[in-house]
Design a protein around this ligand. Structure first.
Ligand SMILES: *[C@@H]1O[C@H](CO)[C@@H](O)[C@H](O)[C@H]1NC(C)=O
Ligand SMILES: *[C@@H]1O[C@H](CO)[C@@H](O)[C@H](O)[C@H]1NC(C)=O
Ligand SMILES: *[C@@H]1O[C@H](CO)[C@@H](O)[C@H](O)[C@H]1NC(C)=O
Ligand SMILES: [Fe+2]
Length: 436
């Protein structure tokens, strides 16, 4: 019987990949499997994430179960004058049992400060830098990472210049039910994710749903990558929001129910209504399956979510919407309901982190007029928000042998646009506006 279930899970996990064989992709590069070759009590897969104002969550895994969930930290290497204890979890999936997965929230922390820390009282020292208190702030945005030689190249490019927070719109490990690959992924990203906060949302590869056995899915994802959903009034780790330096960031769940009246829909309406543009002039949204996409890959997969939620984002003057899923880069103009609209969000597909499926090379022709730049290459994006009104978006290609230059554009916050910011004032109804 267990073998039958394994066979079933194997067949199920092949399905999404079969769906992608009909487009031509740049040859995938081999999987990189990353080992833990230190003592069992030593931390592995260390990563940090923002949780509330001035706090950071430190997450790691130990194979040994008597390691305490404690983080010692301070501002000087080797001197830990603060300590915090958190919690741990474990999970099993068919024959796999996870190590002890520790989550410890530390703080309050000073902004723009390097902290040195040690996990569980043994093993090497790590360090991270907290985000600044004021503009400018720089985000790295990259989706569909996986764990191949392409991934490694992307991570090296990301690390080569400074940034504050990494935002990931889904598809992390590509474990696809093979749980040891979650551990391997955690080890691959540790040198980067232990240095800067990584804020993620889920993609289809995080689902790992098996009918009847794991009907809700997301077992590994929720155990390993808990995000601050309770702090933003969300009951689900699949959608949440947070504020950082004048920016309100909303992480949506393409694989959680989003229909009108669903929990996610109601949570989003409530979250948008609470935004105070004088405190957070910028609003960004991340989700996995793109609402706008002129690549032939994954056409229409984000459409029902767009129909359900686009008007809410438009009414709240969201500045940018980032998606992954399509393994390529594409930037749209400001769009609302399939038309260019100066008060709509800029849509960007950034699913080009480097996973084993390769690139999505085929585009619809001719290019729709709302699509301004599209290219199937691996890379990452950077959004540098200079102040309350101006930001600079730049797409960085990993492989610079191609002739095209990387994409780069300045944008202005919708909250500072006199004609668009009217929508943000909830009290200024359209009838009143007509009278003006
Ligand atoms: C990332 O960059 C920092 C700062 O330049 C450097 O110290 C560190 O070794 C780099 N990490 C990796 C894994 O390359
Ligand atoms: C968006 O705003 C328009 C105009 O004020 C309003 O009619 C509509 O109901 C709003 N939609 C949503 C989903 O809030
Ligand atoms: C915001 O940044 C832009 C770009 O650096 C600059 O031109 C503008 O003057 C700045 N605005 C304010 C109010 O500082
Ligand atoms: Fe995906």
């Amino acid at each position: 019987m267990p073998y039958l279930l394994l066979l079933l899970s194997f067949l199920l996990r092949l399905r999404p990949h079969d769906a992608s064989v009909d487009f031509n992709r740049q040859p995938p590069r081999p999987l990189v499997y990353t080992y833990h070759d230190a003592p069992l009590s030593h931390p592995q897969q260390v990563h940090v994430s923002l949780v509330g104002n001035n706090y950071m969550k430190v997450s790691w895994v130990t194979d040994e179960t008597d390691v305490p969930s404690t983080v010692d930290y301070g501002k000087t290497p080797g001197i830990y004058d603060s300590s915090a204890t958190g919690e741990y979890t474990t999970y099993s999936y068919f024959f796999y049992s996870s190590g002890k997965i520790h989550h410890v929230t530390i703080g309050p922390l000073d902004p723009a400060t390097t902290y040195y820390y040690r996990c569980g009282g043994s093993g090497p020292e790590f360090n991270f830098r907290t985000p600044p208190a004021t503009f400018p702030i720089e985000f790295v945005v990259v989706g569909d990472l996986g764990q191949t030689e392409w991934t490694r190249s992307t991570l090296e490019h990301i690390n080569a210049s400074n940034y504050d927070v990494l935002l990931l719109p889904g598809d992390l490990s590509y474990a696809d039910t093979h749980q040891p690959l979650w551990d391997s992924f955690g080890r691959l990203v540790e040198p980067y994710a232990s240095r800067r906060p990584w804020m993620v949302t889920q993609g289809n590869h995080e689902q790992e749903m098996i009918p009847l056995i794991y009907p809700k899915g997301f077992k590994a994802y929720n155990a390993r990558w808990p995000m601050p959903h309770e702090e933003s009034g969300s009951d689900s780790n699949l959608y949440y929001s947070f504020d950082i330096v004048g920016t309100h960031i909303i992480m949506l769940g393409s694989y959680a129910d989003f229909k009108t009246g669903s929990d996610q829909y109601k949570w989003l309406a409530n979250d948008l209504a609470k935004i105070d543009r004088s405190r957070t002039p910028w609003v960004l949204v991340l989700l996995h399956a793109p609402w706008y996409n002129s690549n032939t890959a994954h056409q229409g997969e984000g459409e029902s979510m767009r129909v359900a939620m686009e008007e809410m984002l438009y009414n709240s003057s969201v500045d940018m919407v980032f998606a992954g899923h399509v393994h390529a880069y594409e930037r749209f103009t400001r769009v609302y309901d399939n038309n260019a609209d100066p008060c709509g969000p800029i849509y960007i597909t950034i699913g080009d982190g480097g996973n084993r499926e390769g690139l999505a090379m085929k585009y619809k022709e001719p290019s729709p007029s709302i699509s301004l730049y599209r290219e199937a290459s691996f890379g990452h994006g950077r959004l540098r928000i200079m102040n309350g009104t101006h930001a600079h978006w730049l797409w960085h290609r990993n492989d610079d042998s191609a002739v095209l230059v990387a994409d780069d554009v300045w944008l202005e916050a919708l909250s500072s646009s006199p004609s668009c910011s009217q929508k943000i004032q909830p009290k200024l109804k359209s009838t009143q506006r007509d009278e003006l």
